[in-house]
Design a protein around this ligand. Structure first.
Ligand SMILES: Nc1ncnc2c1ncn2[C@@H]1O[C@H](COP(=O)(O)OP(=O)(O)OP(=O)(O)O)[C@@H](O)[C@H]1O
Ligand SMILES: [Mg+2]
Length: 247
């Protein structure tokens, strides 16, 4: 499998906090990769660094052989690298998604129109994706009226609408009813297999990430603690310590 994303020694500081301290990781085309680590270990910051949400303080991010570390969100998204957020942002004053700004007015539009914000005239594609995530029946409802879990599914569909090559998902199962988690995992796998989207997934649910990912990186205190096959990482004493120490 060829290398799609190559994160090289990325550093990001917030004032006195070194949130990413020389993080390197690689994602190969076609795989599902996992990113784990205790709260505050720098996972979401790394997503921001990769997607151009803020300038990084050191290192490089290479996507399909091109350095993107000096590019911002829009151009990066147009290259096919898109993320979702830990907290869904469909609600709110200045709700926004990485590559598609959604005003609070848009959140009052119906689900189907929201999906077509950046792709007008693609109604069929939007309907197919809503069916794919299980929201077809809700297509004429106001986006802001959906439950938290449904909003996460909608955000997933919106991200797929732009046909990304690499999709970064920040805790996709957080806040989702446990009985619906298996359905979501199944959709992530289908997006990977059937739609050909490479995934990098931040996940706290160990059962989910161990089943989903082929390769896992664990962060702690802004550094890579371990990286490898799920079994290896799960049984790594440093990983166990980092999680127990964080309790
Ligand atoms: N905008 C910000 N300004 C200042 N400090 C921040 C900011 N965002 C994150 N941090 C700090 O950077 C560190 C890493 O945070 P980050 O959100 O990347 O961790 P995380 O691994 O995603 O955690 P979680 O699992 O809780 O989502 C933490 O110490 C956090 O408090
Ligand atoms: Mg986070």
């Amino acid at each position: 499998m060829s290398l799609l994303l190559d994160v090289r020694q990325v550093r990001k500081r917030y004032g006195g906090v070194l949130a990413n301290d020389g993080v390197s990781l690689q994602v190969r085309e076609g795989e599902i990769a996992g990113l784990i680590g205790p709260n505050g270990s720098g996972k979401s910051t790394l997503f921001g660094a990769i997607c151009g949400v803020f300038p990084i303080d050191g290192g490089d991010v290479v996507f399909e052989g091109t350095s993107i570390s000096h590019m911002r969100v829009g151009p990066i998204a147009r290259r096919g690298l898109v993320r979702t957020y830990q907290q869904t942002r469909i609600y709110g004053e200045m709700s926004c998604m990485e590559n598609m700004r959604i005003s609070s007015r848009a959140a009052q539009g119906n689900v189907l129109s929201l999906l077509q914000l950046k792709a007008r005239g693609h109604e069929r594609h939007a309907e197919d994706l809503l069916a794919f995530v299980g929201l077809f029946e809700k297509r004429f409802e106001m986006a802001g009226r959906l439950s938290f879990g449904q909003q996460k599914l909608l955000e997933f569909a919106m991200a797929l609408m732009s046909e990304p090559k690499l999709l970064l998902l920040d805790e996709p199962t957080a806040g989702i009813n446990p009985t619906l988690i298996n359905g979501l995992v199944d959709r992530l796998q289908r997006a990977n297999k059937e739609l050909g989207v490479t995934l990098l997934v931040i996940e706290h649910n160990m059962r989910v990430i161990m089943n989903l990912a082929q390769h896992i990186t664990c962060l702690a205190h802004g550094c890579v603690l371990a990286s490898g096959a799920p079994e290896e990482v799960r049984n790594d004493p440093r990983v166990l310590d980092a999680y127990l120490g964080a309790q």
